[in-house]
Design a binder for this molecule. Sequence first.
Ligand code: DHB
Ligand code: FE
Length: 288
Amino acid sequence: MAKITAGVFTSHVPAIGAAMDMGKTGEPYWQPLFRGYDYSKQWMKDNKPDVIFLVFNDHATAFSLDMIPTFAIGTAESYQPADEGWGPRPVPVVQGHADLAAHIAQSVIQQDFDLTIVNKMDVDHGLTVPLSLMCGQPPPSDFHWPCPVIPFAVNVVQYPVPSGQRCLNLGKAIRKAIESYDEDLNVQIWGTGGMSHQLQGPRAGLINKEFDGAFMDLLISDPEAQAAVPHIDYVREAGSEGIELVMWLIARGAMSDLNGGPAPTVKHRFYHVPASNTAVGHLILENN
Ligand code: DHB
Ligand code: FE
């Protein structure tokens, strides 16, 4: 059967992707940020998954105000990097896992979560920047991501957004779905976005290190308590885009300890300010 081996959590700031694409990772501004992912890139090589289930948010790229799915699962064979206004990022096409994705859709919908099925979708920085941070830039001679990816898009851009509690519960349903797939696959689940940031209005530039630290503490040690925090607290404390953090609860809900198993091991924890307008947070939790 398929099993979830680890949860990976990381911010997705678009300027990080631009820094990698333009060869600026060694510049003094960026060096401390990328140093925090050196461990992670080696860990990915040592723990290469068969599939990544990647929870992310689209930024009005594939979707728009015309259509706003709360939860959307990618069931396509592949996904093109999106053109977000400066041309698509020079990164590989994302290969999907259509069969596992269809199985998860079937199982999760039968567990009473209404997913939107997406058979065609371009993927923006919300998905490609976490891949770049964790996998590095694939060289031209070997231009692909290390494994297939199932994109799972969450609406955290246009109100109303899903609650943390619903996200945690959805993660538990996704775990059941993955672990009932009849093939020995090692699956990682990634929760992306955050940490505190606000991009517009009078509070633009807001960062809240205390909130971010407490969020990571509770996400590790008591995710049920973190799930009880209402969406308005994220917006008030962590900024209008800080609400992206509820996506981390989907990945956390899929881990063993929330489903009758032992607590995960914290393999890596990193926090850095600033990256563009954003605080960057990152965790790797291994299931035991
Ligand atoms: C920035 C952060 C984001 O999460 C995003 O989607 C776009 C921009 C930023 O800090 O620049
Ligand atoms: Fe974002």
